[in-house]
Design a protein around this ligand. Structure first.
Ligand SMILES: [Zn+2]
Length: 231
């Protein structure tokens, strides 16, 4: 699975994929690196892991921004590792992960994407092994990143990643570029603008969405206004 790196700041990278217009993340410190989301299946996860190794030999931790299949089904390719997520993200992966795997596999198959369907159907479900409830700091050595749950929004357990020394935020699917925000049955549209305000309060220079290209704060502001009109 081919992707391409964008270095959004010193030692901070977004990896872009054509499939689902998806964007995974990497933050490199002096002693550790942090991988943000693991992709749609283990082949995708393994290709991301290999791409990370092209950038850095440092040991990694993984953060899962939320429990939608394309963000966590690649995790097995990164083990052994600390896999960090909101506590409800862990619960949803355990409760609904298999259903998501089967229904999305069927959807890829009916779209004529048999190879992807097979990869998805065989991806191992990995539950996060470190959970947070509101926020946590991850020390990468010479660089600390903050993980924050801003309240219900795209899901009830989104986590965004703030890299304060370069003013970058990895937003998961709280922000989407190239398409409108993905509102699903598990979304909380009325609370979502407040979650984007929490990101904007950090005065980010660059916000990396879960799908699409990195954006600036003005883009996030417009998406917030759009969501405010929807509710
Ligand atoms: Zn999502």
């Amino acid at each position: 699975m081919s992707g391409r790196w964008i270095e959004v700041a010193d030692g901070v990278y977004a990896r872009r994929y054509v499939e689902l217009d998806q964007t995974l993340g990497l933050v490199v410190g002096d002693t550790f690196c942090l991988v943000i989301d693991t992709g749609t299946d283990e082949v995708h996860g393994a290709s991301m892991a290999a791409a990370v190794r092209f950038v850095t030999p440092l040991p990694w931790s993984v953060v899962i921004t939320h429990a939608h299949f394309d963000h966590f089904l690649g995790t097995n390719a990164f083990l052994p590792a600390a896999v960090i997520a909101h506590e409800r993200c862990r619960s949803v992966i355990l409760a609904d992960g298999d259903m998501q795997r089967r229904s999305w596999s069927a959807r890829f198959r009916s779209d004529g994407k048999a190879e992807q369907a097979d990869r998805l159907a065989t991806a191992k479900l990995v539950a996060p092994n470190e959970v947070i409830t509101s926020s946590a700091m991850v020390d990468l050595g010479g660089r600390a990143v903050m993980l924050t749950h801003p309240g219900p929004a795209h899901t009830d357990h989104d986590v965004f990643v703030h890299v304060p020394d370069v003013d970058v935020v990895f937003a998961g699917d709280l922000v989407e570029q190239g398409a409108p925000p993905s509102v699903g049955p598990d979304s909380h549209v009325s609370d979502w603008p407040a979650a984007l305000d929490a990101i904007l309060a950090l005065n980010p220079v660059t916000v990396v969405p879960g799908h699409g290209d990195p954006v600036d704060a003005d883009f996030v502001r417009r998406q917030r206004d759009e969501l405010s009109r929807m509710r």
